[in-house]
Each structure stands twice: as C-alpha cells, then as structure tokens.
Design a protein around this ligand. Sequence first.
Ligand SMILES: [Zn+2]
Length: 317
Amino acid sequence: MSGGLTNLGNTCGINSLLQCICYVNKLRDYIISNECEDNTNIKYQLKDIYNKIWNDKASVNPVGCINIIYKIFPSLNRFEQHDISELWMLLSDKLAEEYGTPMSLPSNFVNVESKVYDTLYKNNNKKTSEWIESIQGVQISTIVCPNNNCNNCSWNPEIFTSLVLDIPNQDNSIFLSDLMKNYFKKEELNGWNCDKCKYNGNAYKENTLYSLPDILTVTLKRFAFVGDRYIKLRTSVVIEDEITITILNNKKNYRLKSIGIHHGSIMGGHYTAICYNSNNHCWYHIDDSSSVKVSVNDVLRLLQNNKDVYILFYESE
Ligand SMILES: [Zn+2]
C-alpha cells in the first residue's frame, strides 16, 4: 500500500500528476536516485515526497512541493483547478532544466541526424540528461511540394513530451490506436508556399515518428471547442494497456503504468489517478490522501469504456 497526498485546496490535479509520475518506475527511480541539496528545486521536493510515499508508504502533506510549484510557475493560480496535461508539460520542462548538464555538439553527424540533434540542442537550452532522454520523442513533419516538376521536400523535427490526440465528438466508442492513426494522418494545408518553385496552394503535411522515448505520455484532448463552445468531450475511448510501436525496424513495447482521470464537467471537476505498482503487481485508485487497491478487472473495465480518462503514462519494457 502506497501513500496518498493531502489536498491543499484544489490541488487534486497536481497530486494526481505527482502520483502518475511516481508509479512510472524509471522516472521515480531517477528522481529518488538524484542527489539534491537545494530545497527550492522541484527535483528536491519530488525526491522527498517519493521517498515517503514509496518507501515509507505513508500519506504525505505535499505543502513544500506545492509551494515551490506555485513559486516557479506564477501562471498557476492558487486554489484553482489546473489542467493535468499542461502541468505535465510545465513540470517535465522544469525538471529537464534542473537535471540538465551541458550537451556537446558532435561534428560528424549528417543530414537528418544533425538536424534532429540541433533541434534537441536548442529546445533543451543546450542541456541533456537521462530525464530528457526518457520522456522526449521526436517526430518529423514533412511537406512535399505538389508541383510534379519540383517535389521539393521540406521537413522539420519536432520534439514531444506528450502525444496530444484529438477526440471526435461522437456517441460510439473509439479505439486509442485509431486516435493515434488519425494523429499521423496527412493533414491538408491551405495556401502553402514552396520556397523552391514558388508554388502557392494546397499541400499535405505528414507527421512521422523518428524516435520514441522510454516513457510515452498520451493526452486525450477532451477539452476542445465544438463550434463556439468550449466543452469536455465525453466520447468513450477503448484503451490498450499494452501497445507496440515500430519505427523502421525498431520495435518498442509499452505497458500502461499510470492513468490521470478528470471527473465531472469543464467548470468544476476533480482529478484522481489509477496507478500500477510493479512491486506487488497491484493497481491503486489514488484520490488525494486516499489510496485504495482496485482489481485488475475493474481497471480493464475502465479501459474498455471510459469517458473521463485524460492522460496516460506508458513505460517501455
Ligand atoms: Zn515546389
């Protein structure tokens, strides 16, 4: 039995995210194993909390960590509900900065490799770390000029710390794997300009995966505009607890470790987490300070039919 985290006034989003991260073995082990003396760092606060809830199994008051989070991210208002997916982006970037050590630029890379390297170098403020390598993937967006005499191919690497998948507003359920396929579907651009032949008109942009992180985070984009209304999409998504992704001949198998759930409506709502403890092979439903064991069947039922699952943490095996 692992501990929960006290709610300090609308902190259920932060609490649920901290729990989701804690149950991804590689991330938790990395955070716990890193020495840090400075208690104004998030990595110090997380290490402190994870030592308590993972090793001592006690419920924890995360006041120190929450105060540092509000201090570092002034855009987050106290006592307001936070979007757990946006929190993940903020927190993972901040940790990338804190853990980062200077990245050297090798001179012998060519073409794709060097452009990807350059993008990573700039995106991470010239820093690298095991944290960054564990959570960041690279996709390449490609546009081929439709002018047959030209066929100019412009491409750019893009870094992601979460695959943010669009959800259709529909009554019947949809598979997560189909949402992923849609994500990598060609997207039509209007008024595209070719810088080589000066073609102006429609073209297709396509995203392909270049490298996969060990920790794959997937956000189901449930908060979206439908017409002029910003709503929560409650389309049921069928989620696979194991997924395999292949890039060229490189196959990666992932297992679901943590699920962040947004209950209720867009106006109010509450976050909880369902996480897999790989030490005892049990799932837990963690609702702030309460952590309750749930059966595998309950989790499988949830994955088969759910309208509230918002963020998923997969870890490669
Ligand atoms: Zn062209």
